[in-house]
Write a protein that binds this ligand. Structure first.
Ligand SMILES: O=C(COP(=O)(O)O)[C@@H](O)[C@H](O)[C@H](O)[C@H](O)COP(=O)(O)O
Length: 394
């Protein structure tokens, strides 16, 4: 309640501030559009400006978290209200990983601006990139490759648009990304997003989601947010893009509770997958709330924000798997599991699936523990989570 009140009070301060300094904000937009190199450098080395203080709507709210022994041995305090850079200094001792996440954050900020100002016709939503007019998903793709090259800590990168590994000429990590998930719903002004996973080393096949050093999504909705999970650091962390262009830590999720909320992807599969039909009928008969946009980023993000629910995308003999393990499913798996949730392809966590080819596809569910048990039992008659739970309680 205290946080909500602080946010409301400061919210009106922010809007009067925005009115007073609309030219400064417009200027920031122009600067964003010009990003990637200069802004990344400023952010990496820069200090919070006075603008930052003026527009900070959330009271600093200390949250104590115990980092795992693989990352830090000391009690680390992640505080709501921290900047992205402050948070990363507490969440990881790996300065290269922090640098990469900051660089990607700068690209996300620019993509948000490009999506917000895209012009949409009958066939595509386009915006400018230098002298070019590009579809926004292609533009996002270019910006992300540029940011990774600029980071100097990325060896290889590939994307849904460019699945062949590209040499980024840095060292430390390799990154796979979906530049603009939901590009077909940009024109309807639904929320869309970027998804990426960061793997240590120089391999993006022969790896699993569990090997990720971090994963994240950028979410372009009424607000722009950057949701980050760092392997070995508890929780999934939401950062809000502020008026001054900085990311501010506004939420930490460490538990996905039980609650009747469902997002049924590939619903057409119920036509010839009787078990999926049975699962959907269960949700309806139990009066679950339907919350589904058809964009995987907002549909999965709502589980992290609401801290409950289930997202399913199930296949059938006539509707094959569409979602890609490397670019979408594994990174979202780490975000959900770090938040205290569970993921499944029907039989195992999606984090345990080996990426054989960059184009591997799979069915998937994300949600609370009991929802994932129900998902596995309904589809395959049994759930490995039950056995794990029984073993844990002995
Ligand atoms: O892949 C996605 C979007 O593709 P695109 O618009 O080409 O960037 C995802 O967002 C999924 O399409 C989505 O979550 C969902 O699985 C779609 O399923 P359905 O509603 O059955 O079409």
């Amino acid at each position: 309640m205290a946080t909500t009140m602080a946010a409301t009070a400061a919210g009106s301060a922010v809007s009067s501030f925005a009115k007073l300094s609309s030219s400064a904000v417009a200027g920031a937009g122009v600067q964003n559009a010009a990003f990637p190199r200069s802004a990344a450098a400023t952010s990496l080395g820069g200090k919070a400006s006075s603008l930052y203080g003026a527009s900070m709507p959330y009271a600093r709210n200390a949250v104590s978290v115990k980092a795992s022994s693989t990352s830090r041995n000391t009690l680390t305090r992640a505080e709501l209200g921290d900047s992205l850079e402050e948070f990363l200094a507490k969440a990881t001792t790996d300065k290269n990983l922090a640098r990469l996440l900051v660089c990607m954050g700068e690209a996300l900020r620019t993509i948000a601006f490009k999506v917000r100002t895209a012009s949409c016709g009958a066939t595509a939503c386009v915006n400018t990139f230098g002298d070019e007019q590009l579809a926004v998903d292609m533009l996002a793709d270019k910006l992300l490759f540029e940011a990774l090259r600029h980071s100097h800590v990325c060896k290889y990168a590939c994307s849904e648009e460019e699945p062949i590994l590209q040499d980024m000429e840095g060292e430390g990590f390799s990154v796979a990304f979906d530049p603009l998930d939901g590009s077909s719903i940009v024109d309807t002004n639904f929320t869309v997003g970027t998804i990426f996973g960061v793997w240590p080393g120089d391999k993006l096949t022969g790896i699993t989601g569990r090997d990720q050093a971090a994963s994240a999504m950028g979410i372009y909705g009424p607000r722009t947010t950057y949701v980050v999970a760092i392997n070995g650091f508890p929780g999934t962390h939401e950062f809000l893009l502020m008026d001054d262009g900085k990311w501010q830590h506004v939420k930490e999720t460490t538990e996905i509770k039980e609650g009747k909320l469902f997002s049924p992807g590939n619903l057409r599969a119920t036509f010839d997958n009787a078990d999926y039909e049975k699962l959907i009928n269960y949700y309806v008969s139990e009066k679950y709330t339907l919350r589904y946009t058809g964009g995987m980023v907002p549909d999965v993000n709502q589980i992290i924000v609401k801290e409950r629910g289930i997202f399913t995308n199930v296949t059938s003999p006539t509707t094959k798997a569409k979602l890609r393990l490397l670019f979408e499913v594994a990174p979202l798996g780490l975000l959900i599991e770090n938040a205290g949730g569970y993921s499944s392809d029907g039989k195992q966590s999606v984090l345990d699936k080996v990426v054989v080819n960059t184009d591997d596809r799979t069915q998937v569910a994300y949600g609370s523990r009991d929802e994932i048990i129900r998902f596995e039992e309904t589809l395959y008659g049994d759930s490995r989570l039950k056995a794990e739970l029984a073993a844990a309680t002995v």
